[in-house]
Design a protein around this ligand. Structure first.
Ligand code: F6R
Length: 251
C-alpha cells in the first residue's frame, strides 16, 4: 500500500491552477505525452486554466494524445449530455490538440468489442502518462461503481441509483438520462504512470475521509484501489478536505 501525496488548497480555482500546471509542465517536457481525462464538475476549473494558458502561452498540444475515462451509452457526440460534447466544448475546441489523437470510449454499436479495442489503443499509445480523476460520492472513479474488482479493464457498467440521482442535475426533464456507461476499469486506471485525483466541495468531504482513512483497498470503495499505485496525488479544496482534517483520530 502507498500513501497518496495530498494537496489542500483554498478553493476550486486554486485546484485548477495546481492541476493545470502539472499538465502544462508534462506537455512542455514531453510534447508527445498521453493524458487521461475525466469529465464532470471536478476537472472544470483545470480545463478553464488550460484554455487560459493556451491563449496566453500557446502551449503546444499538437502531438499530445488523450484518452477519456468514460462515456454514457447511446449518446452521440452532438448530444450535450455526452462526455464527448463536454470535452470538446470545455477543452478540445479551445486548444490545438489533433482531433485524430483524441479518444473517447465508443458508446454506440458493438460496445463490448470497442471496450477491448480501447485498452489496446491505450497500450499502443505507450500507456497514460498522467490520469486525471474525479470521485463519486459513492467512491466511484471513472464509472467503476461499488463493488468493483481491481482487475477490471474497459467495460460496460450499470450505473447505481446514487450516481444516476447525483448526475440528474446535468439533464433537463426532456433529456433521456442513460443508466449504462462504458468506462475504463480499475486495472486500466492503475496502469497510468501518474494519477491526480480531484475532489471539490463539501459533498465530497465524507467520501474523501473514508478514502484517506482506509487501511486496505476493497471492492466496495473503488477509489481505495488507488492505494495500490505508487504515484497518486490528491488535490482537494478545503471543503472536500474538511471531514478528513477534523476527524477524531487526527492528532
Ligand atoms: C467522469 C467520471 C466520474 C466523475 C465523478 C465525479 O468522467 O469519471 O467518476 O469524476 O462522478 O463527478 P463530479 O466531478 O461531477 O462531482
Amino acid at each position: 500500500m502507498y500513501i497518496p501525496k495530498i494537496i489542500i488548497v483554498k478553493n476550486e480555482v486554486e485546484v485548477g491552477k495546481i492541476v493545470s500546471a502539472e499538465i502544462i509542465n508534462l506537455i512542455n517536457n514531453n510534447p508527445k505525452c498521453v493524458l487521461g481525462f475525466a469529465t464532470g464538475s471536478s476537472p472544470l476549473t483545470t480545463y478553464v486554466a488550460l484554455v487560459e494558458d493556451y491563449k496566453k502561452n500557446q502551449t503546444d498540444w499538437n502531438q499530445v494524445t488523450t484518452f477519456n475515462l468514460d462515456e454514457y451509452l447511446d449518446l452521440t457526440i452532438d448530444n450535450h449530455n455526452s462526455y464527448a460534447w463536454f470535452m470538446h466544448n470545455n477543452l478540445f475546441n479551445h486548444i490545438n490538440v489533433n482531433v485524430k489523437q483524441i479518444h473517447i470510449p465508443q458508446s454506440i454499436g458493438d460496445v463490448n468489442t470497442a471496450a477491448e479495442k480501447y485498452e489496446t489503443m491505450i497500450d499502443n499509445a505507450g500507456g497514460i502518462d498522467l490520469q486525471i480523476l474525479g470521485i463519486g460520492v459513492n467512491g466511484h472513479i471513472g464509472f467503476n461503481e461499488p463493488p468493483t474488482d481491481k482487475n477490471t479493464l474497459t467495460h460496460i457498467v450499470d450505473l447505481t441509483p446514487s450516481t444516476i440521482n447525483r448526475n440528474a442535475r446535468f439533464f433537463t426533464k426532456n433529456d433521456l438520462q442513460p443508466t449504462k456507461a462504458i468506462t475504463m476499469g480499475i486495472a486500466s486506471i492503475l496502469k497510468a504512470k501518474k494519477i491526480i485525483l480531484i475532489a471539490i466541495g463539501e459533498t465530497k468531504s465524507e467520501i474523501m475521509k473514508k478514502f484517506l482513512t482506509t487501511t486496505k483497498p476493497w471492492p466496495d470503495l473503488p477509489v481505495s484501489w488507488l492505494l495500490e499505485h505508487n504515484n497518486v496525488t490528491v488535490v482537494m479544496d478545503m471543503h472536500a478536505a474538511e471531514a478528513w482534517l477534523t476527524r477524531e483520530d487526527n492528532t
